[in-house]
Design a protein around this ligand. Structure first.
Ligand code: TXD
Length: 308
């Protein structure tokens, strides 16, 4: 029997994630949203696209949590994006309520699932989902560092005029202002970019990476990025479903790794059938460590807004 994969939230990111998953033919897909007709309509459209694109994936839209029963992976994309005038605290409180509702239903219908969080603020929501669910730490993870690294790869490739395929970018920390791009560990054909670019060029790449989401928001005006975010969530889901043991930048719960505890933050991790199979500890320089520590402190400063 094919595994069942649920995507909660049929908005921009959820739909792109479900569409990429459908193309990968790795399981049956349930797309769930509170808006009546929205997940059903999008699922039907995606199912029909299979005839053109040559994939055959059973994909169903629903408003009923009973349909997520026995999912192997649940991707949570439901939630608001920050709108002009909305404070960060406001976003935490509103999205926490949405995530709480999702977790209560997951506990009821899919208590053995692996949870992949996408909802912002990502690191805080991953922590909240972990604590609310009571799931082991390997089964609750967040998508963002993969997206942030993809953006950095793009900026490096543009600057050096090489294919993005030749570029590896290392991004740690929080998804947001306290992101920690690490140029020293970012390479083009194994050569660190610190040997290929000036410090001004590198600083520009770092700033553009940190600003990557905001740049797209300011262009779109109504909403935030979704092609790369949805694809990144689908890629991580595939690594889990196919037990790929692939090392991917992931928001993980730390218990001493990198000198940090009781926080979910972006670090490289090996993903496989158990979710997070292993957290990879990189040797960081003092300044990089200090930046990661600052990111952790910032994430923790938002925990007092969460209610359990
Ligand atoms: O890197 C990352 N982690 C991110 C995170 C990259 C991009 C977007 N990121 C965040 O994902 C963004 O800040 C939001 O918090 C979420 C979803 O973004 P998206 O762009 O998909 O937002 P939409 O298009 O508004 O879709 C949200 C959907 C919408 O259809 C709502 O009806 C639905 O969520 N929604 C719910 N579904 C189920 N259950 C509940 N309670 C619910 N509430 C809203």
């Amino acid at each position: 029997m094919k595994p069942k994969i649920t995507v909660i939230g049929a908005g921009n990111v959820g739909a792109q994630c479900a569409y990429r998953l459908a193309q990968k033919e790795i399981g049956e897909i349930i797309l769930l949203d509170v808006v009546e007709g929205l997940p059903q309509g999008k699922a039907l459209d995606m199912y029909q696209a299979g005839s053109v694109d040559n994939y055959n994936t059973n994909i169903r839209g629903t408003n009923d949590y009973a349909d997520i029963k026995d999912s192997s992976v649940v991707v949570i994309t439901a939630g608001l994006a920050r709108k002009p005038g909305m404070s960060r605290d406001d976003l935490v409180i509103k999205n926490a309520a949405i995530v709480k509702d999702a977790i209560n239903n997951i506990l009821k219908y899919s208590p053995h699932a692996i949870l992949l969080l996408v909802t912002n603020p990502l690191d805080v929501m991953t922590y909240y989902a972990l604590k609310l669910s009571g799931f082991p730490k390997n089964r609750v993870l967040g998508m963002a560092p993969l997206l942030d690294a993809a953006r950095m790869q793009y900026f490096i490739a543009q600057t050096l005029k090489v294919s993005t395929k030749e570029v590896y970018a290392e991004v740690l920390g929080s998804h947001g202002d306290s992101m920690v791009p690490v140029p020293r560990l970012s390479t083009v054909k194994s050569k660190p970019i610190t040997e290929l670019l000036s410090s001004e060029q590198i600083e520009q790449i770092v700033q553009k990476t940190k600003n990557g989401g905001a740049e797209i928001v300011s262009l779109l005006k109504t909403g935030s990025a979704y092609y790369a975010p949805g694809s990144a969530a689908a890629h991580m889901t595939e690594a889990i479903i196919k037990d790929k043991q692939e090392i991917i930048g992931t928001c993980c719960y730390l218990e001493g790794e990198y000198g940090l505890s009781d926080v979910c933050i972006g670090v490289p991790a090996k993903l496989g059938k158990n979710g997070i199979e292993k957290i990879i500890e990189l040797d960081l320089l003092a300044e990089e460590k200090s930046d990661l520590n600052k990111a952790a402190q910032f994430i923790k400063s938002l925990f007092n807004l969460l209610t359990f």
